[in-house]
Structure formats: structure tokens, C-alpha cells
Design a protein around this ligand. Sequence first.
Ligand code: HEM
Length: 646
Amino acid sequence: MNSPSVLPTCDEQVKMLYERLEGMSEAWSYAVIRPDLPTVPVVATAPQASQGLSRKSTLIHTSTSLPALPFHFNMESLLVGPWKTVALVVLVALAIRISFKPKRNLPPGPKGLPVLGNVFQLPKTQQFHRLTEWKEEFGMTFKLQSNPTFIIHVGPVFSLNLAGQTMVVLNSHKVAGDLLDRRSTIYSDRPRSGLIGVLSYDGSGSHLQSIYRFIMVGEILSRYLAIPFCGYGDLWRKMRKAAHEGLNIRASEVYQPLQEKEAAILVDNMLKDPNSWDDQLQRSAASTVLTAVYGMESIKSKDDPLVAQINDFGQRVTRAALPGAYLVEIFPVMRYLPEALAPWKKEGNEWFRKDTAMFKALLDEAHNKNAGQVKPSFVATLIERKSGQLSTTEAAWLAGQLFAAGFETTAGALTVFILAMRLYPNVMKRAQAEIDAVVGRDRLPTFEDRDHLPYIRAIVKEVLRWRPGVPLGVPRRAMKDDFYEGYFIPEGSLVMANIWAMNHDPAMFPDHDEFRPERFLDETGTVDVVPADTRNQGHFSFGFGRRICVGLNLANQALFIDIASLLWAANIEPAYDETGAEIIPSRTEFVDKGVVVVHSRPVSFKCNIVPRSEDVTAVLEVAKTKFTTIVSGVLLSYRQQEEEEE
Ligand code: HEM
């Protein structure tokens, strides 16, 4: 190792080192006790790094409040001259301490207040932005020029202290893959009754949100029957298996005719009432998921009583999770009170009974409707296969939760698409040219065209990457103590995947904030290019590991056919205000929906949806009726195929 030309003398080095050691953290000291290294390079790192440097990886450390030591420190020099005894004592003491008490450094993170920790540092909405800023701040990787084998990752993981609750935030796909995929036996649980969500401060200085717990929502309102929040255990396994059977890539194909029909209805409605385009997207997403899950007829309005009823459930859950909504969240022991002394508990139990009755009625109705009919639906598959031997209550909740989990996320992604078309008209033009060349103007696109529409496939990926609907994923819970890259992740930590940061990682997605579907195609524009580690999706918006979104195939299909049909039929053009100025929608404003899991979608905006040609309506009319008759045929052939395979 080459030393800089002007070095302090040995004694000077030791003196400086000891001056620096005084009052500094232990991590500093590790640098001194790496006897396996002939010299210890000393460089400056950011102060935050100290919190996360691990025993294994720590070679170097100093504080930015002090200038970096301008030399390479020679270990031998410690052990000569009058400092010998002192140095030996220090070394032995440190060695003993480190050997007998393994250092449990949490991942680094922003410095917080005593007791409350980082509570005040999180904004009320768009927390993913703040977390991504912290990723930049703590996202450092050090590689020693002098010794490149020693790489120190200080970054892609950081931790927050939320009034005593550790939250570990994973900011790179590598870390998320290492933990959520490859250590899925530790990280597939969801938080149960404990802190959940993000504490936040509204910035005005007046309003500290209290702690979100999960007792009312998890224990009382849903009794952990809601699969997205269900703990990692037998019930979740049974539900997940059943959901997978009905929604895996092959099984999802059976819903394609339904989705084609829904797409035709969506486009028709949007052209008839362009001002209500956002409502139409929500209606259509609700309808697609309901028809796929229960085999129902299309929903006519987004205010359909059934949609309203299920939404009501969602809102109740959201309200219950709101800070301060129930005292039991602050004094968990209250959960053991009898109903007579706890009206909130009585109310919660009552709602659980009512919601269970609603989900069961939906299940029964779907069952009866489907009896003797050939109509594809998730529920039909569930009943037919008696998947995983779920009880009726469990099956009813599972189906209801698919709707709850799938409706807003899909609607939000479609809003992102409209936003992207307004902001990137060239993308729209290129997509329409592709559709016209492949499909022509006499019919709507179908799933059979999918293989020949690479640019539309790329748009679907880019929509999900650019503005992910669940930017911080759904929280996980570490089921036991774990170490990662020398960092300690204690059992019970909330573990969040910062999907936003991963989808906007400049190393993986250059010009990440631009909407550029081309990034998913090769230079010929015909072959899909999907970055490694994205499970063939091109992004991380569906989550990770065993708890990855179970409805992703249904969602990808819905987005493909809706986008292709919309672009075939309509131009998405600017709207103008009273002064005649073009209304330019915001690319950064989002509506955060929900509390426990924050869904995020662009705020609604005005635009003009205009038919591309006069004969569009006639083609749509034909399409709407044609698809209904195809549905039964497809299901029959799917079942025949399956029987043959069995
Ligand atoms: C664009 C649309 C969608 C997005 C962006 C999305 C995103 C997500 C994410 C991020 C998770 C958490 C994964 C994790 O913990 O790592 C999730 C879970 C889930 N999603 Fe989706 N989702 C979408 C559509 C759907 C649809 C259409 C359905 C149902 C038909 C669905 C059903 C579920 C369920 C049941 C879970 C919980 C899985 C479990 O905990 O085992 N999602 N989704």
C-alpha cells in the first residue's frame, strides 16, 4: 500500500490518533484493532455512517466534524516507544469487549430525539419522498482505493426509531431481494398488534399524529382474515394457495374475455362522458375485479351499491387505523375489557359480523349464479377446487379482500397512464402507430395481439415503474433477530420496501423520472428488455418474495387491454382553462389513500378524451356484445385443457 509522501512521525500519528479517539464512538476504535491489516487507511466518512458501521466491515471511521487523517496509520507504530503499554491495554480491552459482546448496530439512520426518535421527521403524506432523500443521505458505498476488496455499504438500508419501534427501510432491490426473497422465512410476516404505519408530523408544528396500532383493524375488525394483513402462518398459507390457484399466470388467462369486454365498455363510457374519465376508470377497475372475482355482471357506476358497500369496509378499516381513533391503540391492555365496558369493542365486533355476512352473501350469490352456468370467476374456481379446504368464512373474506386490494391499485395505475399520455404525447403517437399497424381500424385490440404490441407492453411496465401505486409496499415484520451486512435487525422490526426508491434507482433506470417506455425495449424496438432481478416485471411495484402481489397477472392483463383499447379509440388531449391556457397536470402531486397501506395516485386533472375517428363508436358497440359470447367458450376450453392435463 502506498503511503502519501509526507507523513507525520510515528509519535505524532499516535498522538493525533489518541486525541481523536477521545470521546468518539467505538466504531472508530475498530479501525485500530484490525491486526490482520498491516496498515489502516483512514479516510473521512459522513458522521451518520458511524451508526451503522459493522464490526465486520468497519475499517475506517472518522467524523466529518474533524478533518480526515491525511495518512495511512501504521499498526506497528502503536506498539513501540512509550505508548506501548497504553496501546496494549486499550487494544486488549477493546478486543475483549468486542469478542464477548457482539456489536448490534442497527442500520444507520437520521438522528432523532430521545424517546420519540424520528417521529417528527416524517411528513404526513408522500413519505416515500422523505425516505428516498434519506436513502441518498445514508446511501453511501465506500470502496477503498488502496484496497478495493474492502467495500463498505453504508447505505441501502437505514433505520428509524419511531418512539421505540424500529423501522428498517430497504432502499435497493439488492437488499430487498436478499432479505424479502432470499430470507423469506424471516421476513414474510405482517405486523400484528403493534405499531404499524408511519408516525408523522404535519409540519405545521401543531399536530403530532399518535401511534398507529393494529389492534382494532387487525384483531377486531377483521380477525386477521384480511389476507394482505394476515400473519405468516397456516391461515395465510391456505389463503395464499387458494388465491394463487385462481390468479396465477395461466389461470388469469380465463378472465381475458371479461377484461376485453370491460375495456370496450370503459372506452365507450369515456368517449360518451369524457369529463368523468377518472370516475370511469374507477368504475371499470372495480367492475373488472368484481367480475373476475365473483363472475358478476359489469358494474354500471362507480357508486354501485355493492362497490359502495365494499368501499365502506375499506374506509372503516382506514378510519380505525387513524391515530387517536381508539384508545386501545395507546393502551393495548384495554383489548381484554369485556364488551359491556368497551363500547368500541362491541362496535368493532358488530362490524366484523356485518362484514362477514356481506362477504358470505357475495360468495353465496356467486355460487348460486354460477351453479349450472359456465362463467369464469375466482369464486367458481375456489368452490370447484375446494382450495386448501378454506372454511366458508375464510373463503368469503379472501374473495372480498381480493376486490379491496385490487380495485384502487388498478384504477390508480390507469390514472397514471392518462397523466403520462398528457405529459408525453410522443409516446401516445408512437403507441397508436404500433396499434394501427398491428390491429388496423376495424376492430379493437385483443389479448391475441399482445405478442405483437411490444410498445404497449412497455407502456404497462413504465406506468407501474414511474408512479408505483403502493410506493412503500405493505409492511413486513421481522420474525426473528437477523444480521445483514453487519447490521442488526431486531425481531419485531417493521420492514418497509421503498419501492419508489428502487423504481427510481438511477443506476438501473437512467433518467428515471422521465416516462420512457423505450427503456424496456431493445434498439429494434421489438424485443422486451427487462432488468435483472425484477421477476420479469421491469419494476418492483408488486412487491417481493412470498408476499408478492397475488393479483399481479390480473392487474397486468387489465392494464394491457385497457391501455391498448383506449389508445386505439381515443386521443388524450389537453384541456384549456377559461383564459384559453392549456391545463398542464402536475407530475408530482399525489393523493395518498389509506393509512395502513398508503396507496398513491396522481391527483385528478382535466383533459380531453377525443375519438380518433368517426367509426370508433360503431366498432365499440360490436365489441361489447361480441365478447360476452366468447367468455363461455374460453372457460370451457380452459377446463377441458386442465382435465386433460390432470
Ligand atoms: C396495479 C395494480 C396493483 C399493484 C401496484 C399492487 C401492489 C401490491 C403490493 C406492493 C403488495 C404487497 C406485496 C409485498 O408485501 O411485498 C400487494 C399485495 C397484494 N395484492 Fe396487489 N397490487 C395490484 C393489484 C392487485 C389485484 C388486481 C389484486 C387482486 C385481484 C391484488 C391482490 C393483492 C393481495 C391479496 C395482496 C396480499 C398478498 C399477501 O399478503 O400475501 N393486487 N399488491
